[in-house]
Design a protein around this ligand. Sequence first.
Ligand code: MLT
Length: 295
Amino acid sequence: MPLLLAFDLKDYWKLKTYMLEQGTDLKATLNKLTVRYSDQGPDNAPVVIFIHGFPFNRSMWDLQVKDLQDRFRVVTYDVRGHGDSETGEEEFSIDLFSKDLLALMDFLKIPQAIICGLSMGGYIALQTVVEHPGRIAGLILCDTQCTADTPEIIEKRMATIEAIRLKGVETYAEDSIKKLFAPQSLKTKQSNVAYVKQMILDTDEETLYNTLHALARRRETCDQLHLIKVPVLVLVGAEDKITPPSSAMMLHHGIKNAGLEIIEDAGHVSNIEQPEVFNEKMEKFMLHFEKAVVR
Ligand code: MLT
């Protein structure tokens, strides 16, 4: 039989679709907006989806993607309004961001994934796992928390919105990096600090306001942590001032069998401040899933 006839046409289209979907700068139309994402790695491997924090974009995971993409299918995306993704018409909320995550998974034909989320990314991951447990195979919760904002924190967020309106994004970015990084990193990791500052400056001002409101309105998930039955790793920078180790410990205590790793000399953006240590902990955790790869 000629080789061409032995090849099932269905496989040809599958291969073609797969080839089209591989890359670092891809677009998906979902929930009435265009979301930019990257999708790399073997298509028969377990899928890891990385969700960035606020107000960053998917490029914050570049070093983690590089580390995993030979063994895992690795997806990163820009949460609506952030990076190169469109904003859409709906009011921002963690629920809406979770709906977008599920829509992206549907679009990419991913029934189940391991989710790695930092801070806001962790809020989205937690919301999704408690409401749609079947879609989540495992979690890496980085520098995040299950609590909702206290009235004082909500007040601070509203004051931040006013301050951005009055003083501009440059001052906001400058103030933010002082809270985001460990004091040591501010001195020794200046290119990383400049990089994070640039991500903040690149974020649309309306997205800053809309997301600050969404964060302020978010629900707590602490009461539902016991429902999480998948493998979980909680990671936190020892000097994280935004979501400190005490928040990570709360997650660790609430989720049965979760692992906890505290990363020294790191603040809130632990994956950027200490990528080698972060990746080592992440890789060790990912061994849970690597066994499932069909080769
Ligand atoms: C983040 O990094 O996503 C934010 O710090 C989250 C927050 O402000 O609650």
